[in-house]
Design a protein around this ligand. Structure first.
Ligand SMILES: Cc1cc2nc3c(=O)[nH]c(=O)nc-3n(C[C@H](O)[C@H](O)[C@H](O)COP(=O)(O)OP(=O)(O)OC[C@H]3O[C@@H](n4cnc5c(N)ncnc54)[C@H](O)[C@@H]3O)c2cc1C
Length: 378
């Protein structure tokens, strides 16, 4: 055996998984097809401090780009409300640095990392890489959404995200724009990274994300582009089996990013940690039940929340622009205050239910039903 475990994919989930396995004294190799850990960065970097605390990472000065104080949400007709995000303690990470920080943790624990090495094929006793074959007991698939594209394309949206300089960026305010014609089933976002600098992105069903983003930016005002990223996002929730024979699937490859926002640093990172612990147990006991424990642990933590997110997504997909504008009208200052005070960034469906009016806002429910009727009549 060359290694106990080989992890394919050197990003947040793969590196955290390797860190856990190496910490228990097992031999683990991470292969990453890009030539640098953390690059190219395809992430907004938005995460809660509580979330990364649970991942066991304390952000360093180089990792932390910004702190967020509020979030402004806009309807298609530019009706808006603003949430006070201070109690949710949301920060913006530099993913390039963050991934390197976890790589360092994994390496310090004894993991080996190889860049420019790509997984080609998985066998019962090892893998074939771009550089030859390697033997191992367990293969961890942490290849992100690219692993899902081969299995199921239906849950994938195309996204585009540019890093831009512009004087209309508010340093500590995230902006989210809903418009079912421009970004069907998703939204546009502005995530400030520092003064006059932000990651601005869009995603949506069946759109040309680059064209949609450029016209969104033009509407916002003058800007200069520093970096462009195009990446698929997965919005269909977890896959059925995280473990199959000698293959353990984690992170985005297992559908562990939020179906509402596609945010995955926290839930994918924990997927990597839970998997790493189960794999370590399995290597000691040889019992497959120890390996299967990983799926149960992740589902106990996130299963119900992800189901609710899928429901919320189903509702959003059925709303048209008029209904969304109507819904915004029914959002009261009391609801906004309640969410600002009690809402959670990582488990946000209670806040969503409040906003969608499921709890108490008759007007909003009418808006949803109204749009369904219109759909039936066409
Ligand atoms: C535009 C955009 C914005 C986002 N913004 C946020 C945000 O603000 N907050 C948040 O929490 N989440 C955000 N996300 C989601 C977040 O980036 C992912 O959920 C998270 O990075 C998933 O981590 P992962 O390790 O599972 O997979 P990934 O980060 O996708 O990493 C997969 C790794 O596998 C490597 N790989 C692929 N194929 C192979 C192969 N054959 N062999 C070897 N290596 C391979 C890739 O190069 C990559 O390094 C965003 C995603 C996108 C696309």
């Amino acid at each position: 055996m060359d290694y106990d475990v080989i992890v394919a994919g050197g990003s947040v989930s793969g590196l955290l998984c390797a860190r856990e396995i190496a910490s228990q004294g097992h031999s683990v190799l991470v292969i990453e097809e890009d030539s640098e850990i953390g690059t190219p960065e395809h992430c907004g970097g938005l995460v809660s401090i509580m979330g990364i605390d649970e991942l066991g990472v304390v952000p360093m000065r180089a990792t932390l780009d910004n702190k967020i104080r509020s979030a402004a949400i806009f309807s298609p007709a530019k009706k808006s409300f603003s949430l006070d995000a201070r109690s949710q303690k949301v920060i913006v990470l530099d993913r390039r640095e963050f991934d390197k920080q976890i790589a360092h943790q994994a390496q310090t624990n004894g993991a080996e990392i190889r860049v420019r090495s790509s997984l080609r094929e998985i066998f019962d006793d090892g893998i074939k890489t771009s550089e030859g074959s390697l033997k191992c007991k367990i293969v961890v698939d942490a290849r992100g959404v690219s692993s899902l594209i081969q299995k199921d394309r239906t849950g994938i949206l195309q996204s585009a995200q540019y890093e831009v300089y512009a004087d209309w960026i508010e340093k500590d305010r995230i902006e989210v724009y809903f418009d079912q014609e421009k970004f069907p089933g998703f939204f546009a976002w502005v995530i400030p990274t520092r003064r006059d600098e932000a990651k601005v992105g869009v995603a949506g069903k069946g759109i040309n994300a680059a064209v949609a983003l450029e016209s969104f930016l033009k509407e916002k005002g003058k800007y200069s582009t520093i970096r462009k990223v195009y990446a698929p996002i997965w919005i269909k929730g977890p896959i059925q089996n995280f473990v199959s024979k000698n293959i353990v699937t984690i992170g985005d490859a297992a559908g562990q990013s939020k179906p509402t926002t596609a945010g995955g640093i926290y839930s994918c990172g924990l997927g990597g940690i839970f998997a790493g612990r189960s794999v370590s147990k399995f290597l000691e006991s040889g019992k497959s039940s120890d390996l299967l424990e990983y799926q149960k642990t992740w589902t106990d933590k996130f299963g119900q929340e992800f189901e609710h997110m899928l429901l919320a997504r189903g509702i959003l997909e059925r709303l048209d622009n008029k209904s969304i504008d109507k819904m915004f009208e029914s959002i009261t200052p009391e609801i906004v205050e309640e969410i600002s005070k009690e809402g959670s960034f990582d488990f946000h469906t209670i806040s969503l239910a409040k906003l969608l009016g499921v709890k108490g806002s008759v007007k909003a429910i009418q808006a949803i039903l109204g749009s369904e009727f219109r759909r039936l009549l066409t």
